[in-house]
Ligand binder design. Sequence first.
Ligand code: IMP
Length: 421
Amino acid sequence: MNTLIIGMQWGDEGKGKIVDALAPSFDIIIRYQGGANAGHTVITDKGKFIFHHIPSGILYPDKICIIGNGMVVDPEILLQEMDTLREMGIEFKKRFFISDRTHIVMPYHKSMDKGRENLLGNRKIGTTGRGIGPCYVDKYARIGIRAAYFKDENRLREKIEDNVKGVNRIYKTYGLPPIDVEDMFDSYRSYALKIAPYIHNTTYLMNFYYQQGLNILFEGAQGTMLDVDFGTYPYTTSSHPTVGGAFIGSGLPHKTLHRVVGVMKAYTTRVGNGPFPTELAGEEGNILRENGKEFGSTTGRARRCGNLDLVIAKYACLINGVDEIALTKLDVLDGLPQLKVCIGYEYKGEIITEIPANTEMYDEYKPIYKTLPGWDKTRGITKYEDLPSAAKRYIEEIEERLGVRISMISTGPKREEIIFR
Ligand code: IMP
C-alpha cells in the first residue's frame, strides 16, 4: 500500500512523527515539495531530530530516502543536516538520492524573500525567510538553477553569471551592494562537490523501484491550507502540499498511490499571517501554545493557536481524497473543561461551509461551534479502549462529521506514545 502523508491544516500537524511511525512498513520515503521552510520533528532514543529536507525515514538504517524534483534545496542547510546524521552515526551514503531536477535555493532568493516581506509591511505573508517563494518564481520563470548543474561546473558558473546580472540590477534599486559572481560560484562549487554524489535522475530510479514492487511512502510538507492554489492565497507557501504535488514532485504516476493519510492536529495552529477563523487570541490560545509547545521548529516563531476547524478538515479530505486520518497532539487538550469544534461559519447572516478564494472575505467569517465535554488525561495512552469516554466522543464526532476513519492517534511527543486502531 503505497501511502501519502499529507497535512490537513496549515502545516505543523506532526507529520514527522507519523512518517516515523509508518516508515518501518515501507522501503522508500520521498519528499516531493517545499524545502527548508519545513521542520519535521522526530524524537527517538538517540535524541531530537528536526529535518528540513531529508525525509524523516532516514533514521531507519535500511530505508531509501529521496528528495524529489518538486523540492527546492538550500545546499548549506542540507549539508548541515547530513553532518548531523553523520555525527549521530547514521549512515546514508548508498540510500539517499537527490533529484537532478530539484531547484537550488541561492542567497539572493533569501534576501529577496526578506526584502519583499519588508516592502509589504503589515500585509506581509510572514514567510520563513528561507527563499522558498523566489526560488519557485525562478523555476517557473525558467531561470532556476537545478541540481543537475552541481555535476557540471561550467554550466553552474554560466547560470550564476546570468542570474546575478539580473539580481544585481534589482539590488541596485534596493540600494544593496552587488553580488560578487566569483564569491558565489566558489561557495556553490564547494557545496556541489559534496552534494554531487547523491544527485541522480530519480524519476527513472523511483519508477524502477516501483516496478520492482518496493513500497513507497510520500512525505508531504506544510499543509493543505498553505497550498498555493487551494490554500489561503496569498498567505500560503509557493508549492503544492496537496495530493497532486506528490506526482508532479516525484515523477511517479498517480496509479502508484494506494492510500492517503491526512495528518490533523486535535486543534489548529498557523504560523505567519492570513485568515484563521477559529484563532484564540487570549489566554485560551496561550494555554494551547504552552501545552503544545507551539513554537516553529524552523524559525522558533510562536504559532497562532485555535480550536479545531472541521470546515477546513472537510476541505482537506475533499481535495486530497483522504482515506484515513492520523489525529495528533490529543494530549495537549488534556484538562480543558470543554472543547469547541467549528462546524461552519457565519458571514453576513448566512451559514457557510465552504472555503472562499477571497482571503479578505474569509477574514470576516465567524466560526459556528459545537461544544463537547473535556477530559482529564490521554497522555501516553496506547490503546483506544483506555481513552477517557469524552476523548472517544471527540474522536467519533470528528469521524462522523468528516466521514473518514481516524486510524492513528498521537498522545505525546515520543515515538511510542501512539494508538493504532
Ligand atoms: P514560505 O514557505 O517560507 O514562503 O512561507 C509562506 C507561509 O507558509 C508562511 O505563513 C509560513 O509560516 C508558512 N510555512 C511554510 N512552511 C511551513 C511549515 O513547514 N509549517 C508551517 N508553516 C509553514
